[in-house]
Design a protein around this ligand. Structure first.
Ligand SMILES: O=C(O)CCC(=O)C(=O)O
Length: 266
């Protein structure tokens, strides 16, 4: 069986597939540098989307650390988002041929991009991402979006790697609203005994169905955990519910799933 078929079979059955060493050492080293520059507040939006360049990238601060002037900025951030709309480096990164190849095989179509995020989990005080399905965060689309999550640092149980429940991508469960986390599931709604940690080396990635139940634990360790995540849609994507993305943190209301030009040679 070829690699693409094996990846697609795993994705259909379990709702996710891990791809080790997806991006090479040079691309990873550049992402490592750019991630720190972003977290340090050095990178600013440059590209307009529908004529608009925001003043800053969306930033969600670590609740316990936001006001701590004793900590560097990079240790106070939990998440930054929507760089791929407004910065040339991230615009190119979401179009990386190795990522596109896997996605076009999983979707069986061309690929659209919606948004990207840098998920930071600073050492010692990085908070959890409570258990959820990403489909709870936006109106229904068909087929579901695919989430891409790439480890920049080693992601381990100690520093808050992702945990997933294989095979939970068939049903969208009702979520409770939460002021910090957005939308969350309770332990009673799922079989927590089936949660498995996805420990990953830098440069390795997981592609998961946006209905897959997942979470990440707080980081009490001495090592921070950075990951770069992107939400992709199929070329054939259809909006089942009206697309009102005001539900997504500070996204320009007109952000849509944008069709990606296939990489040369694919
Ligand atoms: O990186 C994390 O800690 C959480 C990521 C997540 O929940 C997601 O990508 O949907």
């Amino acid at each position: 069986m070829d690699t693409g078929t094996a990846q697609r079979n795993a994705f259909v059955k379990d709702g996710y597939v891990v791809v080790p060493d997806l991006i090479g050492p040079e691309a990873l080293a550049e992402l490592d540098r750019m991630a720190d520059r972003l977290l340090d507040g050095e990178l600013k939006p440059q590209l307009p989307y529908e004529g608009h360049v925001p003043d800053h990238f969306y930033t969600f601060w670590e609740p316990a650390a936001e006001g701590r002037s004793d900590l560097p900025r990079r240790d106070r951030v939990r998440l930054m988002a929507n760089m791929c709309r407004h910065h040339p480096y991230f615009r190119a990164l979401v179009r990386h041929p190795a990522i596109y190849r896997v996605l076009s095989c999983l979707f069986g179509t061309g690929v659209r991009v919606f948004s990207d995020s840098l998920f930071m989990k600073p050492a010692r005080h990085g908070i959890e991402a409570a258990m959820h399905q990403d489909t709870a965060f936006w109106p229904k689309i068909d087929p579901n979006a695919i989430n891409f999550w790439l480890a920049i640092d080693p992601a381990t149980v100690e520093n808050g790697c992702l945990h997933v429940i294989p095979g939970t991508h068939g049903t969208d469960l009702p979520h409770r609203d939460d002021p910090v986390q957005g939308h969350v599931l309770s332990d009673k709604q799922v079989d927590v005994g089936r949660l498995i940690p996805l420990e990953m080396e830098p440069g390795s990635a997981v592609f998961f169905d946006s209905s897959l139940v997942h979470r990440s634990r707080p980081n009490h360790s001495a090592r921070s955990r950075r990951a770069y995540a992107v939400v992709y849609g199929a070329e054939t994507l259809r909006h089942v519910e009206p697309w009102n993305i005001n539900t997504i943190a500070e996204a320009t209301p007109s952000y849509e799933f944008e069709l990606i030009e296939p990489p040369v040679g694919s």
